[in-house]
Design a protein around this ligand. Structure first.
Ligand SMILES: Cc1cc2nc3c(=O)[nH]c(=O)nc-3n(C[C@H](O)[C@H](O)[C@H](O)COP(=O)(O)OP(=O)(O)OC[C@H]3O[C@@H](n4cnc5c(N)ncnc54)[C@H](O)[C@@H]3O)c2cc1C
Length: 436
């Protein structure tokens, strides 16, 4: 048998693929990083925030090198109804200095930067190239990928599939035969809106490179989901993420939901006068731990969204950090297997062990109930209305009548919105079990 062209072929130059290629190349392996877009990030969509702690393991002093727009120093959660909004707003100046916490970064710049690190480490970046299928030997072991290039196939000892949501490579390998179901997939739609830098600083109460991560609950009508608004240097990203099943049932267009969010009285003043720069949409695998597929096959590993590793439950959306972590471990496991000369399923199984020992599977396991809890009708519709009504009652001044107590307000709001006491208690306990 002829030697493979590469030790490792990584498909997809998103965060998972770039981290995998970087680690495998650093370990001295020959690596090809295959990307269908004309450059890394050209096809990719996300909200805009990276929580970068995992980068500490990948890039020394990454905060001095990453193309950061703003450092997240304010994290806010807004609960809204059509005409009310309650915001819990936290800021920390600790997050405005190294080693920072989160950052806003444009996606094309993030992926291009990550890919450049892999190239510096020795990986070969092959752009404008679609991996169209898997190559296998007579025993069924994966031995590379087919591509749409005239010069065709790329053979390798290990293929790392980082081709994002609905990975057909993972399906073809038999690791994720059905892919994420409609129930476990959401659609994110996002606009990038240009605003002058000083206007952003004034409206969002930030200075210099400080920035805001605002997550929103209650902005998607009857459809499970949530919204977000992030500040860049001279633009903001605003978007909604909604369950595909609910979207189809409600017969609502996602762009109408986004228009509704932009017109909300709590949001409209923040983006007044902004100019639309870009509209984009993308699917997200949101099923959490219970939908993560088999991750290892003979000659193949799966990482990132391709393995449903996005932790997205209504008001949170963390995917890049999980993709970076999984890609990093996949690259290390592949390099070690090549060095040992055993790229079988058994030889590559260190990948799963590394994931289990890291935040990637630990967080997913801990929060396995979160998608079900936060996507329930009560969390999505009844609780935002109930919370807003209770707070409105507390803040409303109704003299000369005596002030109602908080419990009475809660009972009245619960009755009005059809929430039973036993549900409140059960959800509170469930919430404690999930997030406690
Ligand atoms: C609207 C929206 C908002 C989001 N907001 C955030 C956020 O703020 N923070 C956060 O952490 N996460 C966010 N996410 C989730 C995050 O974007 C993903 O979890 C993350 O991008 C996953 O990285 P990945 O490398 O696994 O996959 P991807 O980023 O999807 O990368 C896959 C790559 O593979 C390439 N590819 C696919 N098929 C092929 C093929 N056959 N051949 C060659 N190349 C191929 C694609 O072009 C792409 O470059 C958001 C997602 C959406 C949709």
């Amino acid at each position: 048998m002829t030697d493979p062209m590469f030790d490792v072929v990584v498909v997809g130059a998103g965060p998972a693929g770039c981290a995998a290629a970087l680690e495998a190349a650093r370990a001295g392996r020959t690596v090809a990083l295959v990307e269908r877009g004309p450059f890394p990030g050209s096809k990719n969509v996300y909200g805009g925030v990276v929580y970068g702690r995992i980068l500490d393991e990948l890039v020394e002093d990454w905060w001095e090198k990453m193309p950061v727009e703003r450092w997240v120093t304010r994290r806010s959660t807004m609960v809204m109804t059509q005409d009310q909004a309650l915001t819990v707003d936290f800021r920390s100046q600790d997050w405005a200095a190294p080693p920072y916490n989160g950052a806003t970064v444009h996606r094309a710049e993030l992926d291009s930067w990550l890919a450049s690190l892999a190239v510096e480490a020795g990986a070969v970046l092959v752009t404008s190239t679609v991996a169209t299928g898997l190559l296998r030997d007579a025993r069924g072991r994966v031995t590379g990928v087919r591509t749409d290039r005239p010069d065709g196939d790329l053979t390798a000892s290990v293929v790392i599939a980082c081709d994002g949501v609905n990975s057909f490579l993972a399906k073809e390998a038999g690791l994720y035969p059905s892919g994420p179901t409609v129930e476990h997939t959401t659609l994110g739609v996002k606009e990038t809106l240009a605003l002058p830098r000083e206007v952003i600083e004034e409206r969002f109460a930030v200075t210099g490179r400080e920035g805001v991560d605002l997550e929103i609950l209650g902005c998607t009508q009857s459809i499970p989901g949530g919204g977000f608004l992030y500040t860049h240097l001279d633009s903001v990203s605003i978007g909604v993420v909604v369950g595909l099943k609910g979207l189809a049932a409600a017969k609502v267009r996602p762009e109408d939901l986004l228009a509704g969010l932009k017109a909300h009285p709590a949001i409209a003043p923040l983006i007044r006068g902004a100019e639309l720069k870009e509209y984009s949409a993308h699917l997200i695998p949101e099923g959490g731990f219970d939908t993560i597929p088999d991750l290892v096959g003979d000659g193949i590993l799966v990482a990132g969204d391709a393995a449903s590793m996005c932790l997205a439950a209504g008001i949170w959306l963390e995917g890049v950090n999980f993709a970076l972590g999984a890609g990093m471990y996949a690259g290390r496991a592949a390099a070690a297997a090549v060095a040992r000369g055993d790229c079988s399923r058994m030889g590559l199984s260190g990948y799963r062990r590394m994931l289990e020992a890291s935040f990637v599977l630990a967080d997913h396991r801990k929060l396995r109930r979160a998608p079900g809890l936060l996507f329930s009708e009560r969390f999505q519709q009844q609780y935002p209305a109930l919370i807003c009504d209770v707070v409105q009652g507390l803040f409303h001044v109704d003299n000369p009548r005596p002030k109602p107590g908080a419990l009475r307000l809660l009972r009245t709001a619960a009755r009005r919105h059809g929430v039973r006491a036993r549900h409140l208690v059960a959800d509170a306990l469930n919430g404690l079990r999930t997030f406690g």
